[in-house]
Ligand binder design. Structure first.
Ligand SMILES: [Zn+2]
Length: 114
């Protein structure tokens, strides 16, 4: 859950990481319980990636102590459902876009060092 995620300095988690095989992720770029906003995305589909890319050092709760520089688009536009099942469109940038893409990869079975 996100509590153990916070305890280990995490900012995001995908369902497959905790043995739940559904297309769901939750993240909070603030990384501190009670701060920022927890974003829940169910069945996310990316419909637009920005052309502009940047490199950022990523880590992963599933692989403590391993970090790697990963090149990713700066912004993403997403169709998804929220926790109540309502359809939503979300545009993410900066750290939110970074965390989303890392978690989205988990949903596809891709790990950041791939
Ligand atoms: Zn991860």
């Amino acid at each position: 859950d996100l509590v153990s995620c916070y305890r280990t300095d995490g900012i995001g988690l995908s369902a497959p990481q905790v043995g739940v095989n559904v297309q769901l992720m939750v993240f909070n770029p603030a990384g501190v319980k009670g701060e920022g906003e927890e974003i829940v995305l169910v069945n996310p589909v990316v419909y637009k990636f920005s052309k502009r890319l940047s490199v950022y050092e990523e880590g992963c709760l599933s692989f403590p102590g391993i970090y790697a520089n990963v090149l990713r688009p700066d912004t993403v536009k997403i169709d998804a459902q929220d926790a109540s099942g309502a359809k939503i469109k979300v545009k993410l940038s900066e750290l939110s876009a970074r965390v989303f893409q890392h978690e989205f990869d988990h949903l596809q079975g891709i790990l950041f060092f791939d």
